[in-house]
Design a protein around this ligand. Sequence first.
Ligand SMILES: *Cc1c(COP(=O)(O)O)cnc(C)c1O
Length: 365
Amino acid sequence: MIPMVDLKTQYALLKDEIDAGILAALENTAFVMGPNVQAFEQEAAAYLGVKHAIAVANGTEALHMALIAAGIGDNDEVITPAFTFIATAEAIRYVRAKPVFVDIDPRTFNITPEAIEAAITPQTKAIMPVHLFGQPCDMAGIQAVADKHGLKIIEDCAQSFGASIDGKQTGSFGLASGTSFFPSKNLGAYGDGGMVMTHSDDIAEQVKILRNHGSEVRYYHDVIGFNSRLDELQAVVLRVKLKRIEQFNAGRRRAAQLYSQLLADLPLETPYEDGIGIHVYHQYTLLSDQRDAIMAALQQAKIACAIYYPVPLHQQKVFADYCAGISLPATEAVAARCLSLPMYPELTEEQVREVVGVIRGVVGV
Ligand SMILES: *Cc1c(COP(=O)(O)O)cnc(C)c1O
């Protein structure tokens, strides 16, 4: 049995420290906006190289509040990929803006500066790149397009915690960025969690007010906000894991390299690293024409696998009102052939060899 993500093995490694921290937080009883949340915000900001890191309830709300604070609203267009998790586009819809879906580079699965530039209209206000599966987008190219057309960049870093370009972390490029601490993410809590990152004092101030019922001074409300704070117990877990994030991401990269090496001679496409930044392998995703047969064989061998994502956003029912008839060929081709294999920092060489052995049995000659 090999799962997609093995949270048990990691918990066993961290148990003493996490349990002690949680017990101390239980004794302290500052369950909302307690000292661990504040410490985690400072530690995360230092690690990511951003001036402000504001912990919130989840990644979707992080993106939502980042968009509000960036002033994106009614009828604004936000350029974003169709090949991503729905939350990216949900956040754009929450502010009554329109997600404009563009095609991806079929090798990196990320949006390109060229596709973004071709989609710009007078209504375009922002770009929301997604560093999909942990590989950074071409941020220099995207920044150049944004500068040329006066657009704001809001990064979706939910899958790229710890991924960097020339030593600069994803989440530190945009006007504001959002990330997620959903348990299976590269930095995962034991429940929901998220964070907004920004260099801007103004955006940070707005998000701090928005996450706390629109209130800076208790019981005085300046705007309609949300109840979107990070739980103290989650902050305990996240602080323990943040200290080891480099080691965890190195473990993912090690497993990915072994997969790619062992799969290299087979008729399928292993993940392509474009060399722009450091890929942190939130997912290890290959492309194959024999996806169904590979999936069946893995299932038979009790090895998990998953399709991220089977239906691109421009083909989802919820966006049919304005996306019907839109064609994004690279996105559609990738969605039809992609398959993600088990990936987590503690994945062993033996496990990787077992997965590859099953795939070889299907597609090998
Ligand atoms: C997980 C994810 C989100 C949303 O994060 P939640 O914490 O689950 O709300 C947003 N965008 C992408 C690309 C994600 O993978």
